[in-house]
Design a protein around this ligand. Structure first.
Ligand code: SF4
Length: 231
């Protein structure tokens, strides 16, 4: 994509500075989440949803339209939170209107699968959203998320998303964890810290939000963990 393709840049003179191409946006519908993951970079949680911080259907669609107007067919949006499925009717309405307007560009919806409590419900919701343009569901699963979300819900989400959306319609973040999960909910404090340190040594996290409170102090342990790997 060229800078000139941006619709704002098209009206600027050759000497004027150009806007960066902005072709992707995450629509963060809410800060509410049933979990309080230690890695959460936005401090989402059960008490975090505030009326003034909720993204309305209209604001979500305005942002979505804006991305498509600015970046054309290359414009992509993904929908996230907090937990985007916390208010399912809002989520469905956003996709429904976007579908009616033929906005296009929906990349994926992210979820922690907390709502995947039975097959029928998951099947119905994914089929509905597919009708309105959903092609990919991203399911979060790692040592931090599974402190709060039963693993069986993640497994159900993955299985049914594969049935409804196809093999390319499910993105598991992370597959290696799902294959060999480490569940810390019933561990002691020191065991939990060691499990988090091992996860951090394996994969980097954005140290923002709650992660600055809960993970930064583990770094000495990470160094120890990595060091043990050399000896
Ligand atoms: S599931 Fe996601 S949004 Fe919710 S607390 Fe965990 S990292 Fe944050």
């Amino acid at each position: 994509m060229r800078l000139e393709d941006n619709v704002v840049n098209q009206i600027l003179g050759p000497e004027q500075p150009k806007f960066k191409i902005w072709s992707s946006a995450g629509l963060m519908l809410t800060y509410w989440c049933p979990s309080r993951c230690a890695c959460c970079y936005v401090f989402a949680g059960p008490d975090a949803g505030r009326e003034e911080s909720e993204m309305s259907v209209e604001l979500a669609l305005t942002c979505w339209r804006g991305v498509r107007e600015l970046a054309g067919q290359r414009g992509k949006v993904h929908i996230t939170g907090g937990e985007a499925f916390g208010n399912y009717e809002r989520l469905k309405t956003i996709l429904q209107v976007a579908c009616e307007e033929q906005l296009g560009g929906l990349e994926k919806i992210e979820t922690n699968a907390y709502w995947c409590t039975n097959d029928k419900l998951v099947h119905r919701r994914l089929a509905e959203l597919k009708e309105f343009g959903l092609t990919r569901l991203q399911v979060s699963t790692d040592v931090y998320h599974q402190e709060y979300i039963p693993l069986e819900r993640v497994e159900r989400a993955v299985r049914i998303a594969r049935e409804v959306l196809g093999e390319t319609g499910i993105q598991v973040r992370w597959r290696d964890f799902l294959a060999e999960p480490v569940l810390v909910a019933n561990m002691s404090g020191s065991q939990r810290a060691a499990a988090f340190s091992a996860a951090l040594a394996k994969r980097r996290e954005r140290l923002l939000g709650r992660a600055t409170d809960e993970l930064v102090n583990l770094f000495p342990l990470i160094i120890r963990y990595v060091w043990q790997g050399f000896t």
